[in-house]
Design a binder for this molecule. Sequence first.
Ligand SMILES: [Zn+2]
Length: 563
Amino acid sequence: MELLVKNGIVYDPLNGVDGEKMDIAAKDGKVVEQVNERKARRIDASGMLVMPGGVDIHTHIAGSEVNTGRLLRPEDHFKDFERKTSVTRSGVGRSIPSTFTTGYRYARMGYTTIMNPSMPPLEAKHTHEELNDTPMVDKATYPLLGDWWFVLEYLAQGDIRECARHVAWIMDTTKGYAIKIVNPGGLEAWGFGHNVKGLDDQVPHFCTTPREIIRGLCKVNRLLNLPHTIHVHTNNLGRPGNYLTALETMRCVEDLAMDNKPAIHLTHCQFSAFKGDDWRTLVSGAEEIADYVNSHSHVTMDMGQVIFTDTTTMTADGPFQYGLYGLTGNKWVNHDVETETSAGIVPFRYRRKSYVHAVQWSIGLELALLIKDPWKILMTTDNPNGGPFTAYPKIIAWLTSKRAREASLKRINPRARERSLLPSIDRELSFYEVATVTRAGQAKALGLKQKGHLGVGADADIAVYSVNPVTTDPSRKYKAVRKAFKRAAYTIKGGQLVTKDGEILKHVDGRTMWLDVRVSEPTRITGEMKKRFKEYWTVEYDNYPVNEDCVKVPDPITVKASI
Ligand SMILES: [Zn+2]
């Protein structure tokens, strides 16, 4: 199995390749130095843009939350469907497509690795079943641990090492990849109809606070040497004035950062960058957040960009979704996942003419443009919360072209336009920076060594786009750039050509990655623990773990912990 992508103009930031004309060779699924030109399948990429396959650090695509969203929204299905072909299955759904369709749509855009960020451990089996059915991409999923009773208890006792052993166990038990924290402490409080408002509020019935949860799990993350940092959805998300909470959250782990390495990932930061006392006085807090990120090295974040469209919001942040239900009066699902977490779903339409929505749209782009280092701010929509992932090419156009931003600014709410920082920002991302925010930076933040680059030994995941970066000025020709990123000319997954001009040529399953964390002394599964499963959970301990045979194409990543 040999393949050669000839004469493309390559952007590979992890290897410092900035628009060089070169060939990329692949053999047995990996990038190699060279192949036998006569035997290899050749792809002519002359005058085309070549990048590593796209990586998405945060996209809700599988599990009970997503599936409940599908059940809640038949209207999302019938306005968007895909016919089956000789290669693909049929599917439906615009903001919450069915599993197979999700895989096809990512592959069409040149994406090859995606991370599902929100998995209650209790729903892990369901999540993996859906990941098994999401073809074309490699994937992984993050268990929700910020309100997990065992974690709260260990942290209240100050027992970080035992907490770490427990987290190592849960990564294997759920086949998870990273520690996800959502509104720490707030979800436990939501079980009683309450929330927490600040980092030092007490979590009801547990002698701990959001600050202690974030710091504790950050220390756990370090003890276990996990490849990604803690992945944090802040307290007070979606509330005016919450940029102060976001700043406080980043500050609270400042002293835990070592060797200038990131210690925390703030996800969909747009939703946590609101300044103002209420919705009427809402303005952007992007400048304050960007100032902080520009002067510190322990933070990475992703955008959570808003798209003006109809979508479906879904998060483990139950109290936030209740607030959104109150604001919109739309249909709403609320779910309390036993002793683990909560969840909520509300359909939502972002409108250009809404002051608040237009401010949100502006904040996402302001963050991406004001944060100077593109390795620190990655491109997402928090799919589907800010909008469906299929809108990524639009965001690329806004990031690379001031004209594209101006064209959209003209159409938004006039008061939001007046207050937007965008007219004062001239920065336009280069293709090298686009490759950073859509793949290289994402792979680096995730600690995925074989992803996001095209060096020898990397996974041969390659995207070729029909735009000539030498002759095309993205600032002027933003529509051509948008079009090119919408449908990759070629997507290569594991060294195999899987799409051409948006058509799926070949079905591949893609692997599921998880962490096999080796600790010297694993946590003890005591009779007391099993008894608690019996008393508090609907699933008994013996039925709880996701065994390796539940995963279609297993790809465990071994991690050696320091304990
Ligand atoms: Zn999310």
